[in-house]
Design a protein around this ligand. Structure first.
Ligand code: GLC
Length: 712
């Protein structure tokens, strides 16, 4: 710890220390009021408290940030600068696709580039730390925040989260990895609901993403709202002290989620705010976001010996060390620069990155050859989402829908001509009405129809869990009506989650899943529809056939009675439904392009692997189509027998390759011991001898390539 911080801590009163450990909305500083007047529930601060809080969140642009920082410093007693944090989740002002879409790009350098771009814009606008990456494992499409993760593979989430941290750092932004932990396992996919996960599954599936992110030394970690195994996470000393601080040695700042410290009363865990403060402080929760239990109770708790002053000083040290690392003592405005921010935000280079990210994240789910469209084809567009500006997705930060490019605008710009467009159904979050007959008349001349349907931006994200994840009925009616005309139907689906697409699959000649594509979504969709770019995305999350299958995910266990084949008939007394297949409609790793790839010659360099050695898995991939394209070659492994049952397969590596028409490439994967380890009893990472199946292919249905035996 620097002498400066040491001296500061020595001079601070216990109340000042408690204030330094509190994060409030920036509005409280702007409005000059003690929050008693603002009536914000669950928080009670004097004006002196407000101008001594350590951190703020939720503020405007550079000018706003400059004003807040200056006003705070002018009025604060101890002149310790603020650290300012914001939810820069998938872009600051230039919004790129939602993280789930970025995961589907299987392109880590793209993730890093997008993060760097957003960090440049955010840091110029006064942001010191972003509450990102969010790396929660999610397996349930009903949970609204599925849009914010990278998908259903915990390790892949961590790999993308780590790339995002690198990008943020390159752009001048500190990171906050969230939400530690297991928030995405909310029972029944209901937001903020209870989670209950064995230590084994926690270690195996829910924590690896955080461990991978920690390798990039994020400055902050955010704890989650949920109850985990009967204890609110902020009170879970096993998770926070034993694992995070102890085993993993994280010495950065631990911030709560919004009001979550005080919510331990609602959880039925703490009887009052004083107990909330005691429990959280003793679990080294350094920064209390938007509740004031520390300010109003820590002095007394220290007085009573319920919280040792050394614990409080340790928390203050971590917060002050964060400010020192960000050079805020020397330069309280950090990288804030309004003029430069005006120049950089939404600049052509950033719009190009956002467009490219969208193109690379789209997943082509079906195509009978109707795509790509010819530019001289008679095409009509229908659906309110074709002309919708709200395609930024949830957590759009400072992005403005009016700055987004709609599909119609993108197509019009690309083709340089008027586009036939008939809305056909109303817009909004839950559309019900439409003028379908009128639309059919308007598109009479068209041979091909592109229908833009799916979810509005704001029906996914925080507090947007859904029990019905089908398309709006009016959208399905529109598709049915178009199908009846005999025209070719290309369905473009906007969504923040997997939707139920069974009927859409039957009705459509092609399905392009564009997620929530961001500021340049319309430009990217136009380029993809008309073949200027080929869809590259592969699913990082399974698409259920029905919501009754949720949660459905690829790395599941076999069970003692696995189905030998996935049919409805027969298979009695096997693990099945009597009214639905087991498999998702579209599996993890799946996606089409505008060309075809053939895999051949898959083999292993050996059938035995000695401990400490490696073996190589090789395959040759050929582009047998007429156009250039990309393929994500995936390596899966199954540990066939172990002291803890292992999933039927787990993604262990992938390689995204670009091949010209007719070109082929040999792809080699190194299989190492680390890929074979798992958490055994006592949560120890272990390696067990035995047989392992290896599968290499273009999605999670690929067959077994070969088997090897690990010998210890
Ligand atoms: C929200 C979210 C969290 C976000 C925080 C600050 O409730 O759970 O992800 O970073 O509050 O906005």
């Amino acid at each position: 710890m620097s002498k400066k911080i040491d001296n500061l801590i020595k001079k601070m009163s216990i109340r000042d220390k408690a204030r330094q450990l509190t994060q409030i909305n920036a509005d409280f500083i702007k409005t000059d009021m003690s929050v008693k007047d603002t009536g914000v529930s669950g928080i009670s601060l004097t004006q002196e408290d407000v101008f001594a809080c350590g951190s703020v969140l939720n503020f405007g642009d550079a000018r706003d940030a400059e004003y807040i920082r200056a006003k705070y410093l002018e009025k604060s007693q101890n002149k310790i600068p603020l650290v300012m944090m914001q939810d820069v989740i998938h872009g600051y002002r230039t919004i790129f696709p939602i993280p789930l879409a970025i995961g589907c790009s299987f392109d880590l350098s793209l993730a890093e580039e997008c993060a760097k771009m957003s960090a440049v814009e955010a840091s110029l606008n006064g942001v010191d730390v972003t509450f990102s990456p969010m790396v929660n494992l999610v397996r349930d499409a009903r949970w609204g925040r599925v849009m914010e993760t990278y998908g259903e593979d915990g390790r892949l989430n961590g790999i993308f989260g780590a790339a995002t941290i690198r990008g943020y750092r390159a752009g001048g932004l500190a990171s906050c990895v969230k939400h530690y932990a297991a928030y995405g396992a909310a029972e029944a996919g209901r937001e903020y609901n209870t989670t209950d996960i064995s230590e084994h599954n926690l270690r195996e599936y829910y924590l690896p993403a955080f461990q991978l992110c920690l390798k990039e030394n994020p400055e902050v970690i955010m704890t989650s709202f949920n109850l985990l195994n009967g204890v609110p996470v902020n009170a879970d000393s096993h998770l926070l002290i034993d694992i995070l601080r102890g085993e993993w040695g994280f010495d950065g700042v631990l911030v709560s989620d919004y009001g979550a410290v005080r919510e331990m009363i609602e959880h039925g865990y703490c009887p009052d705010e004083k107990d909330c403060a005691k429990v959280s402080a003793n679990n080294t929760l350094d920064l209390e976001m938007m509740s004031s239990t520390y300010i109003n109770n820590l002095p007394q708790l220290v007085e009573e010996g319920a919280v040792d002053i050394s614990v409080v000083d340790g928390m203050v040290r971590r917060v002050l060390q964060l400010k020192e690392k960000l050079n805020l003592f020397e330069n309280p405005q950090n990288r804030t620069d309004a003029a430069e921010a005006d120049r950089v935000c939404l600049c052509p280079e950033h719009r190009e990155i956002a467009c490219r990210a969208a193109q690379k994240s789209f997943v082509l789910l079906e195509n009978n050859g109707v795509l790509p469209l010819a530019q001289n084809e008679e095409v009509a567009f229908v659906g309110s989402l074709a002309d919708e500006k709200s395609i930024l997705g949830a957590w759009g930060c400072a992005g403005k829908p009016e700055e987004a490019v709609t599909v119609i605008e993108g197509v019009r710009k690309l083709l340089g001509k008027k586009v036939i467009y008939a809305q056909g159904c109303e817009g909004g979050l839950f559309p019900e009405n439409g003028e379908i007959d009128k639309a059919l008349k308007q598109i009479k001349r068209a041979k091909t129809v592109v229908a833009c349907v799916g979810e509005h931006s704001y029906v996914s994200g925080e507090c947007a869990s859904r029990t019905n994840i089908s398309l709006p009925e009016i959208h399905l009616e529109l598709l049915r009506a178009i199908k009846k005309t005999g025209k070719k139907l290309v369905t473009v689906v906007f969504a923040g989650r997997p939707l139920i697409l069974n009927e859409v699959k039957q009705l459509s000649d092609a399905i392009l899943y564009v997620w929530q594509p961001g500021t340049e979504g319309g430009t990217a969709i136009a380029k993809t529809l008309f073949g200027l770019s080929s869809p590259e995305g592969r699913l990082t999350i399974s698409f259920p056939r029905s919501v009754g299958q949720c949660p459905v995910y690829y790395n599941h266990f076999s069970t003692g009675r696995p189905k030998t084949q996935d049919t409805l008939e027969g298979q009695y007394y096997s693990s099945k439904y009597i009214d639905e297949l087991n498999a998702p409609l579209y599996p993890f790793g799946y996606g089409l392009g505008y060309t075809e790839f053939v895999y051949r010659g898959a083999k292993l360099s050996a059938t035995q692997m000695k401990s400490g050695e490696k073996i190589t898995a090789t395959v040759t991939v050929k582009n047998t189509g007429k156009t250039d394209g990309s393929e994500v070659v995936q390596l899966y492994i199954r540990d066939k027998f172990a002291s803890f049952a292992r999933p039927v397969r787990e993604l262990k590596d992938f390689r995204k390759i670009y091949l010209k028409a007719g070109q082929e490439e040999q792809v080699d994967f190194e299989i190492t011991e680390d890929m074979l380890k798992f958490y055994g009893k006592d949560a120890q990472l272990i390696l067990e001898a035995g047989d392992f199946d290896v599968m290499i292919g273009g999605d999670s249905r690929c067959p077994v390539t070969g088997t090897f035996t690990l010998i210890k």
